[in-house]
Write a protein that binds this ligand. Structure first.
Ligand SMILES: NC(=O)c1ccc[n+]([C@@H]2O[C@H](COP(=O)([O-])OP(=O)(O)OC[C@H]3O[C@@H](n4cnc5c(N)ncnc54)[C@H](O)[C@@H]3O)[C@@H](O)[C@H]2O)c1
Length: 349
């Protein structure tokens, strides 16, 4: 970890929306270690209460007092729950793999617009002083992600806007509204835009998971299930490990508030073919990936140029893909071999 305990302004009361999710729960763990009092709101659509347990199996926050299972698409819930904190990290949104994202475009757009506008406006009305929002690389114009060769993108290439999916549009609207709020002078805003995040804690359910956990699950189930990869395998992404993202989320509060959009990625293109081969190698099994070009694969690709993250936050990625995949593989393997009970997951029916 780069700078834990050294550079950070102490944060007392923090609310993490989506804090039972992948990135949110990793952030909550870090904040709790630093002594913050952390509250979480999550409707457990994809998050799991189990994600908020530490290595000793105990919850890292007082879930009776500091966890609210609530739907942030409900404006009234936002108004009553998003308050009395020094900082809101807003991570709740409908996030999924590419299959669900393209099948359920109206649902995702509608929900995310409601969630993002509800949480932000509750912060402003309830005089929360600081708000951190995370956007996505899916918000870049699709024409920039379809070109041959590697498309290395900078923050200023966002407009004219034309994201490929409703998810990308909804997340972009969240960035836009946060920028308006910041310009009004009523709240300080930190804006990160993340590329493809992976690591322990990521959802690996077949329907809603993203490419790395989905492929790790398939590798673990091989040969009982075939190792089928969606798309040609030529599409590439910029994969960034969870610890590096959490570091950026902490740094943005000290160094990146009201500084505009800062994207976070590894700056390295990894094709889905390379990814599948790396996961196959981590499994130790004789897997030959099968590429199914009839399934959606999303954009051809994009990677981040992280000059702003380096200059403003002093941030750079630390974890290489191979070791990040191996750690993630072992984490999912443990979960599949010894699944947590329904009581431990706190899952909704
Ligand atoms: N994982 C990535 O690769 C990635 C990349 C770019 C941006 N992001 C952004 O980071 C944030 C966190 O993503 P994640 O990967 O941890 O996904 P995640 O699905 O694990 O976390 C999102 C959380 O929001 C919760 N949620 C969804 N709808 C809700 C609602 N109506 N009310 C309350 N809670 C709700 C989910 O249950 C989940 O726990 C999201 O805003 C996402 O858009 C993620």
């Amino acid at each position: 970890m780069q700078s834990e305990g050294k550079t950070f302004r102490r944060i007392d009361k923090v609310l993490v929306t989506g804090g039972a999710g992948f990135i949110g729960s990793a952030l909550v763990k870090r904040l709790v270690r630093e002594g913050a009092r952390v509250r979480v709101i999550d409707n457990l659509w994809r998050g799991r209460k189990e994600n908020l347990r530490g290595d000793n199996g105990r919850f890292i926050i007082d879930v009776e007092r500091d966890f609210d299972q609530a739907d942030l698409a409900d404006m009234h819930a936002c108004r009553s729950l998003v308050r009395d904190v020094d900082l809101v990290y807003h991570l709740a949104d409908v996030v999924s793999g590419v299959g669900f994202a393209f099948k359920e475009e109206p649902f995702i757009f509608h929900k995310n617009i409601l969630i993002n506008t509800g949480v932000l406006n509750a912060c402003v009305e309830n005089q929360v002083p600081r708000y951190v929002y995370v956007g996505t690389a899916c918000s870049y114009p699709k024409c920039l992600q379809m070109a041959d060769g590697v498309s290395a993108l900078r923050e200023e290439q966002t407009y004219p806007a034309e994201p490929e999916s409703s998810y990308g549009w909804s997340k972009l609207m969240g960035e836009y509204e946060a920028t308006l709020a910041q310009r009004s002078g009523r709240i300080e805003v930190g804006l990160l835009r993340l590329h493809n995040v992976y690591g322990p804690g990521a959802s690996y359910e077949p329907e809603r998971s993203q490419v790395i956990p989905a492929l790790i699950r398939k590798a673990l189930l091989y040969p009982a299930e075939p190792f089928v990869v969606w798309g040609s395998g030529d599409q590439y992404r910029d994969f960034i490990y969870i610890d590096d993202v959490v570091e950026a989320l902490r740094l943005v509060v000290d160094r990146g508030m009201n500084k505009g959009l800062i994207q976070i990625g590894s700056e390295r293109p990894t094709s889905v073919r390379e990814l599948a081969e790396t996961i196959a190698a981590a499994s130790g099994k004789p897997i030959t990936p099968v590429f199914d070009e009839s399934r959606p694969q999303g954009d051809r690709g994009r990677i981040a140029v992280c000059d702003r993250a380096r200059e403003i936050l002093g941030w750079r990625p630390r974890t290489d893909l191979r070791s990040g995949i191996e750690t993630t593989y072992r984490w999912i393997q443990r979960r599949i071999e010894e699944p947590p009970t329904a009581e431990e997951t706190g899952s909704i029916a």
